[in-house]
Design a protein around this ligand. Sequence first.
Ligand SMILES: [Zn+2]
Length: 73
Amino acid sequence: MRIITDGVFGNVLIEDTGTQKEYECPRGHRFATNTPIIIAVDDDPEYNSGPICGYCYVDWFKVNLNAKEYTSE
Ligand SMILES: [Zn+2]
C-alpha cells in the first residue's frame, strides 16, 4: 500500500491488492486494476472513498487544471 499526496484531495491511497478486480463507475466506465485509487482522509476514515475511476479522475484534473488534450497531428 502506498500513500501519495496529490496536493488536491490530500492523501490518495493506492492499494496494491495483488489481484485484478473489475469495476464500473457511475458514468459507465469499465476498468480493471489491482491498484485502485482511493481518496483517504486522515482524520475522518468514514469519509474515505471507494475505488475511484481512473478515467473520471483524469477528467476531473483536465477540467479543473484546464489542461488541453495534446494532439500530435
Ligand atoms: Zn468513470
